[in-house]
Write a protein that binds this ligand. Structure first.
Ligand code: ADP
Ligand code: MG
Length: 244
């Protein structure tokens, strides 16, 4: 069964077409990546899948439910890791997890147990009682990941999970994501890192200016179009994918 199916998806912001008639299908247990530079329409696409805003036209179904029909059910079964850090600076690391759990009607005692488990998963147990501002960038990203997992989601949506991180922190997030993959969580991520797409994604949709240029496995893209994904991107879009 498809976890996400998008057909003829369009999103306009006033006169700007941010997502321009795209289609994709994401199956259970898959890690699916949207690869493209800033402005390609990745965040807009993620926001629609997570029912944060409706499409201008076209349809998106998540768990075979239309995103405009029952956002509550979709959100309860999904975890989301936003592009920007929106952790609560007035709460401790631990409280950021347990307070978030209230959105999902998770009982207090259960949420504490889940929070400890997730702090172990992201190796941040010893930081449980510190404030957010004393965390490094990599620790914040891992905490955002843990928070997204509080409701034990079947589907995890991540918007640029490792952008701006140093290589060591990036690898530690990748280790976490590989664990989730092994446990059959469906993963959707956006990235402009070729290495991230190649290491994690079963399939990638190459995005450029609101359109999906092609969708394929990284391996097949490389075999068909170039020696690496960087070259593939250039060949398919005529543009260099800027990485930092
Ligand atoms: N809330 C908004 N209002 C107006 N324009 C927006 C808004 N959000 C994004 N855009 C524009 O839509 C396009 C796609 O943005 P976005 O989905 O954030 O792309 P990406 O995540 O790939 O960088 C960009 O041109 C961006 O400036
Ligand atoms: Mg974005």
């Amino acid at each position: 069964m498809n976890i996400v199916t998008a057909k003829g998806l369009i999103k306009d912001y006033g006169g700007l077409r941010a997502v321009d008639n795209i289609e994709f299908e994401i199956t259970r247990g898959e890690c699916f990546g949207f690869l493209g530079p800033n402005g390609a329409g990745k965040t807009t696409t993620m926001s629609i899948i997570f029912c944060f805003m409706p499409p201008t036209s076209g349809t998106v179904r998540v768990f075979d439910i239309d995103v405009t029909e029952d956002p509550g059910i979709i959100k309860s079964r999904t975890g989301v890791m936003p592009q920007d850090d929106n952790l609560d600076p007035d709460l401790s690391v631990f409280e950021n997890l347990t307070v978030y759990a209230r959105y999902f009607d998770i009982a207090k005692r259960d949420s504490a147990a889940v929070a400890w488990k997730l702090l172990d998963f992201i190796e941040l147990r010893e930081k449980a009682n510190v404030t957010i501002k004393s965390l490094s960038g990599g620790m914040k990203r891992r905490l955002l990941l843990a928070r997204a997992l509080m409701n034990r989601p079947e589907l995890l949506i991540m918007d640029e999970p490792t952008t701006g991180l140093d290589p060591r922190s990036r690898h530690s997030v990748w280790d976490n994501l590989n664990h989730l993959k092994a446990n059959k969580t469906t993963l959707i991520l956006t990235t402009h890192y070729m290495e991230e797409a190649e290491k994690l994604c079963d399939r990638v949709a190459i995005m450029d200016a609101g359109k999906i240029v092609t969708t394929d496995t990284p391996e097949h893209l490389v075999n068909t179009h170039g020696v690496n994904l960087e070259e593939v991107y250039l060949k398919l879009t005529g543009r260099k994918l800027v990485t930092d």
